[in-house]
Design a protein around this ligand. Structure first.
Ligand SMILES: [Zn+2]
Ligand SMILES: [Zn+2]
Length: 190
């Protein structure tokens, strides 16, 4: 999006534009942008600066890094830029590069289909958002017996606490998650 400098005054001017997303080269291996980028901005002159207040909306197709499902998500970024009048070369103010950077800055480190995605069972591959598998129970049974015997021959107190304590409930990693599930299924079968 660009605007002629002469058009910008202390009365805000609003512009909207749709840009084909392919022309901005935003894709990464697990994120593909689709459709158009919709940019809406208001431009206003404030002293020796141009203030640009805007919003960009676009759509991306992602592969969730936890459950590997594909999903389509709307991306919406608000921004406020300011440009010193005497630093703008030529007759036009061109903001595309800054809007593009804003989109990239808002990019998550890990793409997820939803913030609380439960991920995939590491054993049977079930999508745990859609179903509950019993892998945790099957796997945990023999190991549990062993630990129990150990405990019986030794002291009873602190070992048990250590076993039942759940390590981390933040749920941000697959390992943490399955450990926690195993922990609770252990209790159930016993
Ligand atoms: Zn997911
Ligand atoms: Zn499973």
């Amino acid at each position: 999006m660009k605007i002629e400098k002469l058009r910008i005054s202390d009365q805000a001017v609003t512009l909207s534009e749709k840009i084909p997303v392919a022309s901005w080269d935003l894709d990464s291996p697990d994120v593909r942008f689709v459709g158009d980028i919709a940019v809406t901005c208001s431009f206003v002159l404030a002293g020796s600066e141009i203030l640009v207040n805007g919003q960009v909306v676009l759509w991306r197709q992602i592969i969730c890094s936890r459950c590997m499902e594909e999903s389509k998500q709307e991306v919406r970024e608000d921004f406020l830029f300011n440009y010193a009048l005497d630093e703008i070369k030529g007759d036009y103010l061109e903001i595309d590069a800054d809007v593009r950077e804003q989109i990239l800055l808002g990019f998550p480190m890990k793409v997820l289909c939803r913030p609380d995605c439960k991920g995939m069972c590491p054993d049977c591959g079930a999508n745990l958002n859609q179903q509950v598998c019993d892998c945790g129970i099957k796997l945990k049974a023999p190991e549990k017996k062993k630990k129990f015997n150990l405990k019986v021959s030794g002291f009873t107190g602190p070992g048990r606490d250590k076993l039942t304590k759940s390590p981390d409930r933040s749920g941000c990693g697959r390992t943490t998650k399955s450990r926690r599930e195993n922990g609770s299924s252990k209790k159930a079968t016993f």
